[in-house]
Design a protein around this ligand. Structure first.
Ligand code: GLY
Ligand code: MN
Ligand code: MN
Length: 432
């Protein structure tokens, strides 16, 4: 790892130290314990599902699989890391990497599960419901105080240069996977083999992905969070949608690409090109002061124009938006905040933590904020042929080209997704 990244990480930790001191003081707390969380085994079994460290713990310690451990933060004091490291000959013993950030913490390895001592008025955050009641009560602390958690969420909305560097590297690694997935598709692989090609080229095992990779051939490309990997290659190859990421030091990439196959109508390739153009246009519109809801509405207006230009709709773009046509073709939001979680925290709140819910017409929008420097968002316009959503439009006398829609339905849909940092003057597209 480069010295530059380690130096950025040291500055990131110093920033957290200052910000947490201010936030704890503002909320009248002398100490805060952050629980890493832990996985629970499946019912009546001794096997556990994949685990992910609590985001506020990862904000300090960028390890995505730390369990049964604690961080204690006190204003003006060095952070204390109580790392669970049992004497265990079944597994590789827990150890910290030999990296400079470790020296910024007072580290205590503990062979048994503990609750840390908390001086003064104390708060405790994390999945403490999973701790035994006795453990929860062993420490006199306020559990999950809402105002404090909101303030810490708000801090996560604004990424430090270290975090942006990590997100950029996560993107670089993920793109290698996307290139391999495209090559596998050209080589007529099925969904499972495309997934395996992606994992191999992005150098990760399946349990490390930040979200389940979406790898949909043909109509599966129109299932927004398609969750299977067919073993066989379908006879006809219309399309491939790959929405797949990578973690780097805790930080997530979330990238989508769509490809036309040899059996797609030519209109599908041309729609993919148009959607790349729309993604680029929306990325270029990212800058401080822009309201994300307005950008989402811009996407709908432009989707209307794309439908018209491709002979799918014969009215005006305003008409396509106002009659709900564009919402049937794109039922999800333009994007979301991105960081230690794929759908990162505080997207639906104002800076003062009051709720900023999604608009009634766009309930799936996950970000309603005004963009500011330091935020990182996804820009992911989509255009899908989802029979369930298009069916109600058939009942209305709208100027839609149903024969062409029916011809494109086996292609499922298109999504193009990049990860974009907001800078002082505009944007920085982190997706190569
Ligand atoms: N991969 C999930 C999303 O794009 O939001
Ligand atoms: Mn995605
Ligand atoms: Mn996304």
């Amino acid at each position: 790892m480069s010295t530059t990244l380690f130096n950025l990480q040291r500055e990131h930790l110093a920033h957290l130290q200052r910000a947490y001191s201010d936030i704890l003081t503002d909320h009248g707390f002398d100490s805060l314990a952050i629980y890493s969380g832990h996985a629970l085994p499946h019912f009546a079994d001794d096997q556990s599902p994949t685990f992910q460290t609590y985001g506020h713990f990862m904000h300090w310690v960028g390890l995505a699989d730390v369990q049964h451990s604690w961080l204690v933060i006190q204003p003006g004091k060095r952070p204390q890391l109580y790392l669970y490291a049992p004497a265990d000959f079944w597994h590789l013993p827990t150890h910290l990497p030999e990296e400079p950030w470790v020296a910024e913490f007072d580290v205590q390895l503990s062979s048994h599960k503990i609750t840390p001592p908390l001086p003064g008025r104390a708060a405790m955050i994390g999945d403490i419901q999973r701790l035994t009641t006795g453990t929860q009560q062993a420490v006199a602390a306020e559990h999950q105080p809402g105002a404090l958690v909101n303030a810490l969420d708000e801090l996560r909305m604004f990424k430090t240069p270290y975090e942006i560097a990590c997100l950029r590297e996560a993107n670089r690694l993920a793109i290698a996977g996307h290139q391999a997935a495209q090559a596998a598709f050209i080589g007529a692989s099925g969904e499972l083999d495309i997934q395996l090609a992606y994992l191999g080229a992005s150098r990760q095992r399946e349990s490390n992905v930040p979200y389940q990779n979406i790898i949909g051939l043909n109509d599966h490309a129109g299932v927004l969070h398609y969750q299977h990997y067919d073993l066989q290659t379908p006879k006809q190859r219309h399309s491939l949608l790959v929405d797949a990421g990578r973690r780097f030091r805790g930080y997530c990439a979330d990238i989508t690409r769509t490809y036309a196959g040899p059996d797609a109508p030519s209109a599908f390739s041309s729609l993919i090109t148009a959607m790349h153009g729309l993604k680029d246009e929306l990325v270029q519109s990212v800058s401080p002061g822009v309201k994300f809801i307005a950008l989402h509405e811009q996407m709908h207006l432009r989707l209307g124009e794309i439908l018209i230009a491709h002979n799918l709709f014969k009215g005006s773009s305003d008409e396509a938006v106002n009659t709900g046509v564009t919402r049937a073709f794109c039922p999800h939001g333009l994007g979301h905040s991105l960081g230690l979680q794929v759908h990162d925290v505080a997207g639906l709140r104002h800076p003062d933590a009051s709720p900023a819910p999604a608009p009634e017409l766009h309930p799936a929008l996950r970000l309603t904020r005004t963009l500011k420097p330091g935020m990182v968002v996804t820009i992911e316009p989509g255009l899908y042929f989802i029979p369930m959503l298009l069916a109600p439009l058939r009942e209305m006398s709208l100027p839609l080209n149903w024969p062409l829609i029916d011809a494109l339905t086996p292609c499922g849909g298109i999504r193009i997704e990049d990860n974009v940092a907001i800078t002082e003057n505009g944007f920085d597209n982190l997706t190569p």
